[in-house]
Write a protein that binds this ligand. Structure first.
Ligand code: NAD
Length: 285
């Protein structure tokens, strides 16, 4: 079994982006700029935003944080997004999800200019991806595709199983794999015989959100496993917690040829792809 080192891949991608930002600067362009909007006090969201801002700084990308209280009115958030759309100094806009329950997240996503939608969640970008047009691709599945292509090379004809059909991971992942000429199956909570579907797959991308659900015995020997899941579980010792994926790593490592660890697999690539999308937005501005 070979570990797919997402951390190392992400470090290389981030270094490439930093170089490209320097080259832009030498040619007289200002640094790419990302506006990050954080509403409320979800602790995980605060950690994600902090990590994204630190990664921007390291790559020479300017980030502008807009923090708002949890009771922010939806109309005020829409007005903020509108002002960021109009601001020529802002290349990318990221509204950290989840939003408080009284705000319609779909409405907010739809208000972001598709040309600044570095998360790739706007319906226009989802449509571009589904129809094979260039646009912004959601960062997590883009990171997964990069890991798959650097591990396996050409994916043509590979049997790929995507488990999960969310707009953030599963659906865009399936679109990317179709465009890469894989033969794609999408499984979800209503699918029958998940172990049987797994056994056929050369590539399994698990984005379910259920700790260690996928067992080693479900996998085809020699397959490649991308574990998107991030689940916090209690430590066996009884004190503290640890992160696990959607795949039972120790079992899968016995059967698969390549597997991403959790943490250190998909997570770091997600942030690197956000930087890539921000650079792309700045280049197209
Ligand atoms: P989601 O809850 O929106 O979607 C989960 C999907 O799993 C659904 O489509 C559902 O149909 C499917 N599902 C649920 N139970 C199932 C079952 N028993 N069998 C088959 N399918 C089942 O979640 P999401 O936003 O797509 O995220 C999935 C996981 O990936 C979560 O653990 C999340 O934390 C993680 N995640 C990681 C990153 C990263 O950067 N590494 C980014 C986004 C999400």
């Amino acid at each position: 079994m070979m570990l797919i080192d997402g951390k190392a891949h992400a470090a290389r991608l981030r270094a490439d982006i930093a170089q490209a930002v320097i080259a832009r600067g030498a040619a007289g362009a200002r640094a790419p700029a990302l506006a990050v909007v954080l509403v409320g006090d979800d602790p995980a969201s605060h950690v994600y935003v902090r990590n994204k801002i630190a990664a921007c700084a390291e790559a020479g990308i300017t980030s502008i944080e807009h923090r708002r209280d949890a009771d922010l009115a939806e109309a005020e958030l829409l007005a903020l997004v509108e002002s960021l759309n109009r601001d020529a100094q802002v290349d990318g806009i990221l509204v950290q999800l989840p939003l408080p329950a009284h705000i319609d997240a779909q409405k907010v996503i739809a208000a972001i200019s598709p040309d600044k939608d570095v998360d790739g969640f706007h319906p226009v970008n989802a449509g571009r991806l589904a129809t094979g047009l260039d646009g912004f691709v959601p960062c997590t599945p883009l990171g997964c595709l990069r890991l798959l292509e650097s591990t396996l090379g050409d994916l043509t004809g590979a049997e790929a199983l995507v488990i999960g059909r969310s707009n953030i991971v599963g659906r865009p992942m399936a679109s990317l794999l179709i465009s890469a000429s894989a033969t794609v199956t999408v499984a979800h909570s209503r699918s029958r015989d998940l172990p049987g579907l797994c056994r056929r797959a050369d590539i399994v991308v698990a984005a379910v959100g259920r700790p260690e659900m996928l067992r080693g015995s479900w996998l085809k020997p020699g397959s490649t496993v991308i574990d998107v899941g991030i689940n916090r579980v209690a430590k066996e010792s009884g004190t503290g917690t640890r992160l696990v994926g959607d795949v039972c790593f120790t079992e899968a490592a016995e059967v698969a040829a390549h597997i991403t660890p959790v943490p250190g697999g998909v997570g770091p690539m997600t942030i690197a792809c956000l930087l890539e999308n921000t650079l792309k937005a700045a280049s197209q501005a």
